[in-house]
Design a protein around this ligand. Structure first.
Ligand code: THU
Length: 144
């Protein structure tokens, strides 16, 4: 996808491809404690895609969520200037899975004005949202 295309609404095919990738990477989740396997696929503004899954820890709070893993992978593979065009979240448990508060803050860090966030609802449909809707009045560190 070209830079110009990044301002257009995502096509159904693009969304389905990202959902497919999110589901595929969720199969690699390390979730022996919750058994809740989550995957996230991030489409960057230049068309590149990165994916990640949740990685739990016996010290529970050290767990990495799928969204955080995907964004960390995107930065590692494509550098610190990435911007998120869209992120699709999936889980293999067939339940609703909106991004947790910490993930919303992480998405916000790399969001652009048109960033779209897709996550499954309880009825299996994919909700389309924005970072402003999910994280209103986000914290920003003002320059001194
Ligand atoms: N989890 C995610 O990967 N993303 C979220 O936004 C919410 C929760 C993971 C963390 C943990 O491994 C499991 O789901 C249950 O909370």
């Amino acid at each position: 996808m070209s830079q110009k295309d990044s301002s257009r609404a995502l096509s159904t095919t693009q969304i389905e491809d990202l959902e497919h990738r999110a589901r595929a990477v969720a199969a690699n989740a390390y979730a022996p404690y919750s058994h809740f396997r989550v995957g996230a696929a991030v489409l960057l503004s230049d068309g590149k895609i990165a994916a990640g899954c949740n990685v739990e820890n016996t010290s529970y709070r050290l767990t990495s969520c799928a969204e955080q893993s995907a964004i960390a992978t995107a930065v590692a593979e494509h550098g610190p200037s990435i911007r998120i065009r869209a992120i699709v979240i999936a889980n293999l448990n067939g339940t609703a899975c909106s991004p947790c508060g910490a993930c919303r803050q992480t998405i916000r860090e790399f969001a652009s004005s048109g960033t779209e966030i897709f996550y499954p609802l309880a009825d299996g449909s994919l909700e389309r949202s924005s970072i402003d809707a999910l994280l209103p009045q986000a914290f920003l560190l003002e320059e001194q």
